[in-house]
Design a protein around this ligand. Structure first.
Ligand code: PLP
Ligand code: COI
Length: 367
C-alpha cells in the first residue's frame, strides 16, 4: 500500500440537477449503466508533480486534446465496484481495497501512473458520500462505481504518457442481465481469443473489452447474452467470459474454476470471495483447467450440475445453455439456478448488504 499525498478535494456541487422526485423515479428502476449520478471525481497527474488538484464536480463532458494518448494508443484502465444500501440506511463498500490494489496492477501493466491506494479509496468514498441519494434500496439494486484512468498527454509518439486523469463516475444499477429468464445463454467463442500469455488479460484495460466485442456480437446473433473465451494456444481450456469469471459445480459438490496462474484471466474479486465462501460452507474448491469438450460430456452425463458467471456487475448468474458453431448443450434444466449457485449468491449478497456476519472483514461502511 502506498500512501496518498495530503489531499483536500475541491468540491463544486451541482446546483441545476433534476428534482428529488425525478431522481427517485430513476433510482427505483435504473437498469444497468445509464442512470448516472450528479457528480464525478477528477484527479490530475503530471510527471514531476505527481497526483494533484483533486476535485469533485458536477458530472460533465471531458475536454480532451484530439492528440491525447488514450484516443490513439488506448492507455486506459478501469475498475468496477459497488456501494450497497444496508437495512439501517447506511452505505457499504465491498473489498474496495482489492479494487484499489488491482487498479495499481493494471496501471503498472499499461505503463500508467501509480495511483496510491488511499487516494483511490478516498475518491470513491467522497463520490459515494456526495451522491448518496443515488444508492438504490437493496431490493432494487446498488450503486455501480466506475473508477478509471486515461492518458491525456497530447503526443503522437508511441511512449507512456506523462499526464493522466483519474476519474470516478457512478450510476444507480439494477441487474446486469435483463430478467427474461433466471439463467443466461453463453456463446463459446472458438476463434477469437481474449488474452494470451504475456498479454494484458490480467489487466482491467479497455482494450480487452474492445477485443471481446466481435465475439459478443456473434453470440448475440445466436441468442446469447455472454461469451466464453477459450485459451489462445489450444482453443480448448475454459478461461473466462467477456466481463465475468466462470465456475462449475460437479455432482460431488466440488466447485471448479479455471486457475489464475496462466496469467490470462482477470483476478476477479467476486471469484476470490466465492471461493472463500465455498470453503467456509464446507465445499471442496478446485482451481483447475477444464476443457470445453469435458464440459459438453459432463453436462450430457450429468456429472456437471451447475455453471455460473460471477463478477461485480453479474454478481452470480446461472448459465442455462452453452452454444457454439457446433451445437448446443444444456446445464441442469436450463431454466433455474442450481442449489449451490443459489446458496453462494445468497451468502455473498447477505454479506455485501450487511445482512450477515462478515468474518473476513470485507465490508467497509462509508456512511
Ligand atoms: N473477468 C472480467 C473480464 C471482468 O470484466 C470482470 C468484471 O470486473 C470479472 C472477471 C470479475 O471481476 P470482479 O469480480 O472483480 O468484478
Ligand atoms: C464489472 O463487473 O464491474 C465489470 O467491469 C464487467 C462489465 C460487464 C460491466
Amino acid at each position: 500500500m502506498t500512501t496518498a499525498p495530503n489531499t483536500l478535494f475541491k468540491i463544486t456541487r451541482k446546483t441545476d440537477g433534476i428534482s428529488a422526485a425525478e431522481r427517485e423515479r430513476i433510482v427505483a428502476n435504473p437498469g444497468f449503466g445509464r442512470a448516472f449520478t450528479d457528480h464525478m471525481v477528477v484527479i490530475t497527474y503530471t510527471e514531476g508533480r505527481g497526483w494533484h488538484s483533486p476535485e469533485i464536480m458536477p458530472r460533465q463532458p471531458l475536454v480532451l486534446d484530439p492528440a491525447a494518448s488514450v484516443l490513439h494508443y488506448a492507455q486506459e484502465i478501469f475498475e468496477g465496484m459497488k456501494a450497497y444500501r444496508a437495512a439501517d440506511g447506511g452505505i457499504l463498500l465491498f473489498r474496495p481495497e482489492a479494487n484499489a490494489r488491482r487498479f495499481r496492477k493494471s496501471a503498472e501493466r499499461m505503463a500508467m501512473a501509480d495511483l496510491p491506494e488511499d487516494l483511490f479509496l478516498e475518491a470513491v468514498s467522497q463520490l459515494v458520500s456526495i451522491d448518496r441519494d443515488w444508492v438504490p434500496a437493496p431490493e432494487v439494486g446498488t450503486l455501480y462505481i466506475r473508477p478509471f484512468m486515461i492518458a491525456t498527454e497530447a503526443a503522437l509518439g508511441v511512449k507512456p504518457a506523462s499526464e493522466f486523469k483519474f476519474i470516478v463516475i457512478a450510476c444507480a444499477a439494477g441487474e446486469y442481465f435483463s430478467k427474461e429468464s433466471a439463467t443466461v445463454s453463453v456463446w463459446v467463442e472458438e476463434n477469437a481469443v481474449r488474452a494470451s500469455h504475456g498479454g494484458t488479460g490480467t489487466a482491467k484495460c479497455g482494450g480487452n473489452y474492445a477485443a471481446s466485442l466481435t465475439a459478443q456480437m456473434e453470440g448475440k446473433a445466436h441468442g446469447c447474452q455472454q461469451v466464453l473465451f477459450l485459451d489462445a494456444q489450444e482453443r480448448r481450456w475454459l478461461e473466462e467470459m467477456g466481463g465475468m469469471n466462470v465456475m462449475m459445480v460437479m455432482e460431488d459438490g466440488t466447485l471448479l474454476t479455471p486457475p489464475l496462474d496462466g496469467g490470462t484471466i482477470l483476478h476477479g474479486i467476486t471469484r476470490d470471495s466465492l471461493l472463500t465462501l465455498a470453503r467456509d460452507q464446507g465445499l471442496t474448491v478446485r482451481e483447475e483447467r477444464y476443457a470445453i469438450d469435458q464440459l459438453y460430456s459432463d453436462a450430457a452425463s450429468g456429472k456437471l450440475k451447475e455453471v455460473f458467471a460471477c463478477g461485480t456487475a453479474a454478481v452470480v448468474t446461472p448459465i442455462g445453455t452453452f452454444k457454439s458453431a457446433h451445437g448446443e448443450c444444456t446445464i441442469g434444466d436450463g431454466q433455474t439456478a442450481g442449489p449451490i449457485t443459489s446458496r453462494l449468491r445468497q451468502g455473498l449478497c447477505d454479506i455485501q448488504f450487511g445482512r450477515a456476519p462478515d468474518p473476513h472483514e470485507w465490508v467497509k461502511r462509508v456512511l
